[in-house]
Design a binder for this molecule. Sequence first.
Ligand code: PHE
Length: 461
Amino acid sequence: MAARGGFSNKLGFIAAAAGSAVGLGNIWQFPYVTGQNGGAAFLLVYIGWIFLIGLPIMVGEIAVGRKAQSNPYGAYKKLGGKSWAYVGLFGIICGVMILSFYNVVAGWAFGYFLELSFGNLLNEQDYSGFFSAYVADFRDNLFFSIAFMVITAYIVYRGVQKGIEGTSKVLMPTLFLILIFIIIYGLTLPNAMDGVSFYLLPDFSLINGRTIYTALGQAFFSLSLGMGALITYGSYISRNDNIVNSAILVTIADTAVAFLAGLMIFPLVFSQGQSPAEGPGLVFVALLGVFQTMGPLIGKIVGGGFFLLLCFAALTSTISLLEVPVAFLVDEKKWSRKKAVSVMALLIFLIGLPSMLGFGAVGAFTEFVSYEGGVKSFMDVVQDLFFVISLPLGGFLLSVFISSKWKTAGLSEEISHGNPSYGGSFIEKFFNLMIVYVCPVVLGAMFLLTVLQKFFGVELI
Ligand code: PHE
């Protein structure tokens, strides 16, 4: 244990795991996906998936990690043998690929933070044009994504306790404060309540098959599930910690931040008469007009604060994404942390280049392939393959692994450490039911439906 490092206590783990979960997925993606999928109705479906499927899978991942005291590859190998180890390896590869594009978006947030706080961005006339030109600009993006990766690498290099836990403990509360501040400000604006109604009064006619599985994919991404990030973090906690309590707190923190991000953004968007269904540009385009109307000083403070928030949220997630392959190289290949971090950060940055260049800088990456009735950029393809399809698949495999190989008795035994009243409890029955029956069926179906719909044009629901 000592050689691998570990969190100092339960709070350290919760801060780090919540830091991993809370990220661009909550503040950038959740509001625009909710905006595109009907608002309140989507929110309800999302919250249902979080607690029914997300929480049991999270508990399962943490338990696997703590039992095996190893990275996802090593953990599956220890508990399940050689062929299961490939499931762990696949998760690690997904993490690498997710970080490759995540870091690019984090770079945009970083650039916007500087442009807003110290530049003339607030004088811009056409934010949509500015955003398109910004993401197509090779030099800025290169600079900011390198900067983001270097900061991430430095924190991971400092280790689990000093780097990951220390950073998360400071950034997570700060993030919360900035969020609350902007929400209060936004709610005082004219027409803010229209945004609140869109977000909180459900129109159930908007729920369809696509809403249901989009919400499930979003829940997986947001909770950092399906690729072993929480197996890795789980391997750094003590056997005296109560896994169920920790997982519940992490889930609540993640859901609260996604919920609050919507409560921050929709009133701002509606107060400007903007469309909530803007898509990925929502926070980079629609919000800018909002910051502009606040006047030069307040606009800089609130706007700069917002993008700083986005950077903090992204950073605690990028460190968890980088830690996964680093833990693999340190555990399995016996590399030093320094070597593992440097090689991986460089490699992932290089893999991310085509994603970065696929917003207009290089035509071949911008219009990379077409499927699902449209042209897809390189980043779209990486997202579809390694996140939309693979995370629920990873969750499916984890639940099959627990029910058929490790067995629920093994799971219960591990969870009971630090939680002596777990055996026989209602929550034990609930988790077992979910992991053995509900998760494999729902996640397996979800995987098949998404593949059919995306790549074969077959829409079954
Ligand atoms: N949960 C992070 C977010 O919401 C993304 C992430 C996914 C991080 C998978 C780690 C692993 O932004």
